[in-house]
Write a protein of this length. Structure first.
Length: 411
């Protein structure tokens, strides 16, 4: 099963550049900012990437969110770059990574997909596909690069309105494309836990939301008694020991509380309790999830509920990415030196995120006790190292140069 090890977002609204490296030894990654500073733009970039996988219509709909002329003019954003990198941990061949990169360009105030790059570097062979504008080039080699004669790659005759991952391609590129689609589809993004399970056409309809929550709890019930009892135990973290049972009915999820007569419809619960019931299924869904990304979950969950959620997701070995302006998620990091990115507004409306230097972080923790104190003292920005190399935007005008550095992934 392929493992997501890196994603990059460049020039999404005020987010100038972000590279996030993921590792199995650090299941939680936190993006910390002192204001919006492109915080949610990181998740919007991932959502834009997913829309490419979902097809041209989904992509066109998602791109509408980036057409604000005043916003674009103020920030001078003419190009957006996205990429993901992953590998199969069961394949031990050196260099067995896949890089999928997208470039969006603005013409007449409208963004469109301008470039696509797929690179599959391997010790013995390379498979590279590049699209620039309406031209596709495919280079596939069956022998080591040092033996290969340099030739112009063949041009594939693909209609200009086609997205490369939705195009029939020759092997071995077709297999790599299938892997890309599988990984990106396994990325789950939650912008608002309050709105999880809400009806998009009626976001304020608590009854419709409760019915959708009941559907997710029905899936937990179908998974067996052990999972159901575990979910009930988790529900008591917020609903308290008064919670006797949860039951499913045609009308939705019913809650039985000690001392009450008839079971209570879940829609009648307070907002925080209903949100927690909507959040618990995240723990049981999609055990092979590539990434779960959450925007400011501390605003919708109590510190205890959030800590419980992260603990259970770690048990399920789900990589978690949280964007926040709060200190609360910082307390949940296993290693603050390895799982934290801090935002810096380097120029008006343009933010860059840095990783702290591990030695500086450990020294600050020894001196201050925790990151909340470090941040309160104003010292957190003194911990930051050099930014990750911005090879995406540097090469956006040279998409034909496909030797994008793939970096390292700590096993």
């Amino acid at each position: 099963m392929d493992t997501l090890c890196r994603f990059d977002v460049s020039s999404i609204r005020c987010l100038r550049y972000l590279r996030v490296k993921l590792g199995r030894d650090q299941p939680l990654t936190v993006l910390l900012s002192d204001g919006p500073m492109g915080r949610s733009s990181a998740l919007e970039g991932l959502a834009l990437l997913k829309s490419v996988i979902d097809g041209p219509e989904a992509l066109a709909e998602r791109l509408k969110r980036f057409q604000d002329p005043e916003d674009l003019c103020r920030r001078g954003v003419n190009e957006m770059i996205l990429s993901v990198m992953f590998f199969d941990p069961d394949v031990t061949t050196e260099g067995s990574y896949v890089l999928f990169m997208l470039a969006f360009r603005r013409d007449d105030g409208v963004f469109h997909l301008h470039g696509e790059t797929i690179k599959h570097p391997n010790k013995n062979a390379d498979s590279i596909l590049v699209r620039l504008g309406d031209v596709y080039m495919l280079k596939a080699a069956a022998q080591p690069a040092w033996k290969r004669e340099r030739k112009e790659p063949p041009v594939l005759h693909i209609p200009p309105d086609k997205i490369v991952v939705h195009t029939r391609l020759p092997e071995p590129t077709a297999k790599v494309v299938a892997r890309i689609m599988n990984v990106v589809r396994r990325i789950q993004i939650v912008f608002d836990l309050h709105q999880r399970c809400a009806d998009p056409t009626r976001p304020d309809d608590a009854e419709a939301r409760a019915r959708n929550i009941a559907g997710e709890w029905a899936a937990i019930r179908a998974g067996g008694e052990e999972g159901w009892q575990r979910a009930l135990s988790l529900a008591r973290v917020v609903l308290g020991p008064r919670l006797g049972a949860l039951s499913l009915s045609p009308a939705g999820l019913l809650v039985s509380l000690a001392g009450d007569g008839e079971p209570l419809p879940a829609a009648a619960l307070p907002q925080d309790q209903l949100t927690w019931l909507a959040t618990i299924p995240l723990i049981f869904q999609q055990p092979d999830r590539a990434l779960l990304a959450l925007d400011q979950p501390e605003r919708q969950l109590s510190p205890l509920a959030l800590a419980t959620l992260i603990r259970e997701l770690k048990r399920a070995e789900v990589p978690i990415f949280i964007t926040t302006e709060s200190n609360v998620p910082l307390q949940l990091l296993d290693d603050a030196a390895d799982g934290l990115y801090v935002g810096v507004m380097e120029e008006p409306d343009r933010a860059v995120y840095y990783r702290p230097e591990p030695d500086r972080v450990r020294e600050a923790l020894r001196r201050h006790g925790d990151l909340a104190w470090v941040r309160a003292s104003g010292a957190i920005h003194t911990l930051l190292g050099a930014p990750e190399p911005d090879d995406l935007s540097e090469r956006s005008e040279k998409t034909r140069e496909v030797d994008v550095p793939v970096g390292e992934f700590r096993r």
